[in-house]
Design a protein around this ligand. Structure first.
Ligand SMILES: [Zn+2]
Length: 331
């Protein structure tokens, strides 16, 4: 099965059925959602997106005027440990635009884009929103921020798709870049941007509602993936420091740190445990058990889009609603 293909019913009812989707392999190879040259008032832009977290966003903003290839489009692949195949690298050859998450999350994609001649335009979303990876910061000769050691992934938290502000800034930058690459399609991209804003409304409304519900409330997390969203809604992180540092540096926490975390869950100071289902292992499971024993609600979050064809908004909204329900249960 292909991921992110357009629904068959849509293709059948469309006047022109050029909405084709070429599939990658089942094991998480690149997937492509094609634009429609007949329906696009300008040139269709060939876009390669490194990770599925941004794939749906780019497809929504590109509409008929973008063919979007997403390289990591499977929840079974850990983006942190990803090593591209020659097939993955080949996906970059025809790209007009390469969209990176950045912040050292997908360096392999920056490298692949750098080896293409003529060079595609590269849009680094972390750079757009002002989150820079270590290597980038070093290139620029900047001092590292003092709090960087608290985060992993080469110094900063790269999970910027969990920040509502960053998502909106990234979308604006994407629309501007698409319009620059295909100026005759600028109106189409503007329409898509409006439609995207409308899609985003329930998500933004849920963020607002959570901001009220989260006041004075606390969470602990098995992994730092949700951190930007927790900050955005004002939920206080009480994950024991030793555990948090090792989790964000992707090292094994010391037994003492795990015990401290279990104790904290039992002590009543944690309102909700955020559990990243994509980094399962003995320790997270142990913590989940401790939370369940203590009656602390567990809210599951994922690094990547968890299901085929699920839109970015539906994915995020489902998680936010789970969190909202958990906080209500605890309240
Ligand atoms: Zn991560």
């Amino acid at each position: 099965m292909c991921r992110r293909t357009r629904p068959a019913a849509l293709a059948l009812t469309a006047a022109t059925t050029l909405v084709l989707a070429a599939c990658g392999s089942d094991d998480g190879g690149p997937t492509t959602s094609s634009g429609d040259a007949d329906a696009c008032p300008g040139a269709v832009v060939d876009v390669v997106v490194s990770v599925g977290q941004w794939g749906d966003v780019v497809e929504a903003l590109g509409g008929e005027c973008a063919s979007v290839t997403t390289v990591i489009d499977s929840v079974a692949v850990d983006p942190h440990d990803f090593e591209p195949t020659t097939g993955d690298i080949a996906a970059f050859e025809e790209a007009d635009l390469v969209v990176l998450n950045g912040a050292d999350y997908d360096h392999w994609a920056a490298d692949a884009a750098g080896n293409v001649d003529p060079a595609p335009v590269v849009l680094d979303l972390a750079e757009v929103v002002g989150v820079e990876g270590e290597e980038h910061a070093e290139e620029e000769g900047e001092e590292h921020a003092e709090d960087e050691e608290e985060h992993g992934h080469g110094g900063v938290n790269p999970h910027i798709w969990y920040s509502p502000d960053s998502v909106q800034q990234a979308a604006e930058a994407l629309t501007a870049e698409l319009a620059e690459l295909s100026p005759d399609a600028a109106d189409h991209f503007a329409e898509r941007a409006d439609a995207w804003q409308q899609q985003l409304e329930p998500y933004l409304a849920e963020v607002d509602a959570l901001r009220a519900a989260a006041a004075g409330r606390t969470y602990a997390a098995t992994e730092s993936v949700f951190e930007y969203m927790a900050e955005a809604i004002g939920l206080t992180d009480v994950t024991p420091e030793g555990y948090r540092e090792s989790a964000s540096n992707e090292t094994d926490p010391a037994p003492g740190d795990v015990a401290e975390f279990s104790d904290a869950l039992g002590a009543g100071g944690v309102d909700v445990l955020l559990y990243n289902t994509q980094t399962e292992g003995g320790v997270p499971e142990q913590l989940r058990g401790a939370a369940e024993d203590a009656g602390v609600p567990v809210v599951e979050v994922t690094e990547s889009v968890p299901e085929e064809g699920l839109s970015f908004v539906d994915w995020q909204l489902a998680q936010l609603r789970e969190l909202s329900a958990a906080l209500q249960r605890q309240g």
